[in-house]
Write a protein that binds this ligand. Structure first.
Ligand SMILES: Nc1ncnc2c1ncn2[C@@H]1O[C@H](COP(=O)(O)OP(=O)(O)OP(=O)(O)O)[C@@H](O)[C@H]1O
Length: 256
């Protein structure tokens, strides 16, 4: 395996508060890496830094060997590094299928000039996008609601749709931030299965922040434990859960 994301000696403070403190992590290509830690450990801040949503104070971030420190989220999106919520929330007055069709970057049809110059090419591209959207909606198990307005989908179905939207791009690394929150167990099972399939069949690498330990145990290897803005340990979920320091810092801490 090779390293696809490398966070190296990163620091970030808000006012006088050092939130990320000489933090270094590596995410291996093809892995589903979990990130856990007590409330306020800095997980979301680190995600924001990696995904180009927040500038860092010191240190650097590499994506597949390239220095992406402080690159914009838009540039990173086009490189294939994205965060699910980055794709704007579903358009509730469009159907599930139309929501998927909205996603592909640089669609020819969006450019009026090219639509005028090359109408044949535009309609060919539109039908390719539609075909891909049909495949994706089938893959995520939402074919039965493809013509339903996205606003009428359940919370869990919307998360599946959001995951589907990442499949409409050429994503290589997807950052998932607490996607289990508020999703019922049945749909959560579908979500987990889809993440596993995307990983196995399409080679996606995932970095997952999650408070749901069942989900972490089912999906993630390795698991990184963050505490006070730096890595406390990294290992399998079994190693992490049996480490006394982690139990003290994480499992011993009051949860929300
Ligand atoms: N924009 C900001 N301005 C000031 N302080 C911030 C900002 N963003 C985060 N913080 C602080 O940084 C610390 C880490 O927050 P962060 O959201 O990264 O933690 P977390 O590990 O994701 O927590 P949780 O598990 O509760 O979501 C917290 O003390 C938080 O109050």
């Amino acid at each position: 395996m090779s390293t696809i994301i490398e966070v190296s000696h990163v620091y970030k403070a808000f006012g006088g508060l050092n939130v990320i403190n000489d933090c270094s992590i590596q995410v291996e290509q093809g892995s589903i890496t979990g990130m856990i830690g007590p409330n306020g450990a800095g997980k979301t801040t680190l995600f924001n830094i990696i995904a180009g949503n927040l500038p860092l104070d010191a240190g650097r971030v590499l994506f597949d060997g390239e220095d992406i420190t402080n690159m914009s989220s838009n540039e990173l999106f086009h490189k294939g590094l994205l965060r699910t919520f980055q794709i704007a929330h579903e358009f509730s007055n469009m159907t599930a299928l139309e929501n998927l069709m909205m996603v592909p970057p640089r669609q020819l049809g969006e450019n009026l000039f090219s639509a005028w110059l090359k109408p044949g090419e535009v309609s060919r591209e539109e039908s390719e996008v539609r075909q891909r959207a049909m495949e994706v909606i089938d893959f995520i198990g939402l074919s039965h609601v493809r013509n339903e307005l996205a606003g009428n989908l359940s919370g869990g179905q919307k998360k599946l749709l959001e995951l589907g939207r990442t499949m409409m791009t050429d994503a290589r690394v997807v950052l998932l931030d607490e996607i289990a929150a508020g999703v019922n167990r049945t749909l959560l099972g579908d979500l987990v299965a889809n993440i596993e399939r995307l990983n196995r069949e399409m080679g996606y690498t995932f970095l997952v922040i999650e408070h749901d330990m069942d989900m972490i145990a089912r999906l993630c290897d390795p698991v990184i434990v963050l505490a006070q803005g730096r890595v406390m340990m990294e290992g399998t979920i079994q190693e992490v859960q049996s480490n006394p320091e982690v139990i003290e810092a994480y499992f011993g801490a009051p949860t929300e």
